[in-house]
Structures are given as structure tokens and as C-alpha cells.
Write a protein that binds this ligand. Sequence first.
Ligand code: URA
Length: 248
Amino acid sequence: MKKKVKDMERIQKIIARRSDYSRRKAEELIVERRVTLNGKIVQELGTLASGSDEILIDGNVIYQPEKIYYLVNKPIKVISSTSDEHERAIITDLVDASEKVYPVGRLDYYTTGLILLTNDGELANKLMHPKYEVKKIYSVKVEGDIKYDEIKKLRSGIEIDGYKTSHAEVTKISYNKKTNQSTVEVQIHEGRNQQVRKMFLSVGYKVKTLNRIQYAFFKIEEEKIGRGKARRLKIKEVQKLYNLVGDQ
Ligand code: URA
């Protein structure tokens, strides 16, 4: 049966997904004529293949567990880790993964919202690297009616733990008189430990709830994932994440 073009991908992409080789390394292997596709040496970098083709490197079948990716809507009282010595609930319990997956970065025990889990270490490391500035937006509820002066300080960067935070986009959404709470949206470009909580504390406001409403292009309002639930990413979404961190 003829394969559909949409199921075909450049062979170096398949190698990167199914082995420890990066896409770049896979390209080198192709140039060195060390890769065969269904018994024939691959001659060109653009050669297309599908997941069911036999791909060998130096005569050895490449096989690594399939890379899997989940988007999770984390509830409170779950730790963003694969184990916990205090036997608290862990984030990986929220997915039914056939392979061991890891959280991409972390959300505090009491923070809710979007977080990725994957066994794709290459992508995870890139997404976590500060140079790519992957978008992270939080909805923050703080005690009291936050003033414009404080918003301005948060925007321009403030000192916490002996370092100055880089600029942040900070917007006051509302103030609720009844609960005496302000809702603020914050986009930060770093991911230091408890950064948002510490930023607000340093201008005198205690964070009551912290919810990550956007991670990269995933927006909580567009997702139909309930709290504590997860969904697998589509191949297109994984590709888009790779594009974000500069890999085609
Ligand atoms: N900033 C925090 O303070 N906590 C989080 O979980 C994420 C960002």
C-alpha cells in the first residue's frame, strides 16, 4: 500500500524521535552514509520516511521508547516531581503513561495550571532554558487592593533573593471588595524558584492563589482539561514546540 505523504517525515526527524541522536547528529550520520532506509543507504538529507520504515544506523535498528508528551492541568497539593519522600501526590500520577515521563520545569505545591510532562529530554531541556523565554502567564490573586505604584515596580523588575528580576508584563484585572482580593495577570521571562510569590511579597502582597493560565501557546481557557486531568499532545503541537526553540 502506498504511504500517504502526510505520514512521511524527514528521516532525521524520525531518528531524533526514536533514538538518543539529535536531529543535527542524525544529519551528520546521513552525510557519513551510516544510515539505511529499508536496506538502502540514505543519500539525501531530505529523504522522507514513515515510522513503519526500517531505519538502521551502522547496521543497528534504532529503537527507543516512543516519545510522549502530555499537557496537565495541575491541581493544588501535587508536587511537580517524579517521587516524594513525604508521600505527597506527584504530578506523574496524573497521567497513565507507558513510559516514565518528567515535568518540564515545575509549579509549586500550591500552584495550579498548565505544565508539560514528557520523556523527550532534548525538548524539555530547551523549553526550560531561559534563552528561549517560553511564554508563561499566571493569574494571581493577592490580598488587598494592589496599587498602580506596586504594579509599576513589578513591571520594571525588583530585587528578590539578591537578584533583580527582569521586566515583566503585569496587568491588574480586577479588585473584589467582598473578598478584598485583587486579580493580576503576570507574564515573567524567567523561572526562578517561587518567583511570582516572592515578587508580590517584596511589594507587600501575599499571594492567595497562583494559576498558570498559559504555557508557550497552550492557553487554559482554550483547553478542555479539567483540574487534575491531562491530554496527549498532537504531533503538530510537538512540532510547534520544537519550532519555538529553534529546531525545524
Ligand atoms: N512562580 C511561583 O512563585 N510559583 C510557581 O509555581 C510558578 C511561578
